[in-house]
Design a protein around this ligand. Sequence first.
Ligand code: ACO
Length: 334
Amino acid sequence: MTATICGTGSFIPSYTMDNHDIARLVDTSDEWIQERTGIARRHIIHGETTISMAAEAGRRALENAGISAEEVDLILVSTISSNLLLPCAACEVQKELGAKNAVCFDLNAACTGFVIAYNTAMAYLSGGIYRTALVIGSESLSNLTNWKDRGTCILFGDGAGAAVLQADGSVAEGFMGQGGNYIPVTHSDGGRGGALTCKSRHDFNGLTDEKQWNDASYYMQMDGQAVFKFAVKSVPEAITEVLKLNQVNAEEISFYVMHQANRRIVEAVAKRLGVPLEKFPMNLFEYGNTSSASIPILLDEMNREGRLVKGQKLVLAGFGAGLSWGASIVEWRR
Ligand code: ACO
């Protein structure tokens, strides 16, 4: 069975914090943050939650696809920052949308999460198990951010993005056939996981609540330079690997929709691949790094701006904690 994205949606909280606001919390400046990251502001939840944003992004994606909630067979939410441990965010989205026929589960692969969730849904769809999937990335990273740590608090933001995937009933002409399904490339290396960590607040460890709130290990901690080096090496390798595996030339790719972490990382990846930067759309100036929400938010913006045209091939590429990274080829067939 072949399957493809047939609608996108996103939700961004309206409350913003710009770099000047951050400079009132830690010793930094707008100039430093923009030069080192390309980020100018980030949107932060103010009453919204990971689940409410996921549901709204999902609703908008279904509307965009012209598909009813009852038609959805699978809801997958990629998140590291759900406001509930139980039930899972996807079940809460199901309830909000009235998608009563869907099976629902969450997935945690940090900033690679949307790529892996997309691949998971595609595997179900192309295997003929389900026909319609709603794949969502939603994050409230502001809840996991140590607002006293200038090495991390400048980077992250909140938001949600979603895509509806549907099998079209036709049989794939092999994975690399025209309009067929493409084999993704994904990798994990738990041995290097120490570069980006955050302890669960459910791991009490005998600490009182107050001690947990003051313990930096219960917030995101990162070796920024190690993550930077990992990203600029691993992402181009994964993109090269996925193109080779599917016998697609780099020139056939219209856009590389990459995880939005840092402008310098995107620039370095484009340079290593020898691809013009115009093929790497960016919106991190406005949103910062929204982890697994960043790729579907960008995809939704491109879709609504009319930048995506039937027949175009895109590469989705993510990297993040785990460590994990990967790339998938998507053929735009809306
Ligand atoms: N403002 C001002 N100065 C700062 C700041 C700040 N916010 N942060 C660090 N500095 C200082 C450092 O203390 C250091 O000073 P020193 O030279 O006196 O020691 C100097 O600036 C340089 O610090 P570096 O850490 O070398 O700065 P770098 O250029 O590497 O930029 C950054 C730091 C932006 C974090 C970068 O390393 C980066 O973007 N790394 C990748 C992070 C990333 O993408 N993470 C997300 C992964 S996805 C996921 O799974 C969530």
